[in-house]
Design a protein. Structure first.
Length: 118
């Protein structure tokens, strides 16, 4: 079992930056790929980005590529989502997830709200 707790959400203005954190506890953190997703009311949860430890491989949704950066600190069991040049359309509840490479996202956090004012 892996427990995930997100933090760092808040209200910012368009163009600002924000860094989300996701602290993990439970099983060996480094074994897991970590992902960030977001969801707005009435819409499907969408993929934002992911990071795997083996090759420090990252993937991003086209909508955030070049603005968002995912990183991880295995010593702290934490994954980060650095969000720059925020846009109103980035406003959502952001969730982190953990999963083994090639498998599903098996574990989810409770989410943290990001609000971007124009």
């Amino acid at each position: 079992q892996v427990q995930l707790v997100e933090s760092g959400g808040g209200l910012v203005q368009a163009g600002d930056s924000l860094r989300l954190s996701c602290a993990a506890s439970g099983r060996t953190f480094s074994n897991y790929g970590m992902g960030w997703f977001r969801q707005t009311p009435g819409k499907e949860r969408e993929f934002v980005g992911s990071i795997y430890d083996n090759y420090i491989t990252t993937h991003y949704a086209d909508s955030v590529k070049g603005r968002f950066t995912i990183s991880r600190d295995n010593a702290k069991n934490t994954v980060y989502l650095q969000m720059n040049s925020l846009k109103p359309e980035d406003a959502a509840v952001y969730y982190c997830a953990a999963g083994l490479r090639g498998g599903s996202w098996a574990y989810w956090g409770q989410g943290t709200q990001v609000t971007v004012s124009s």
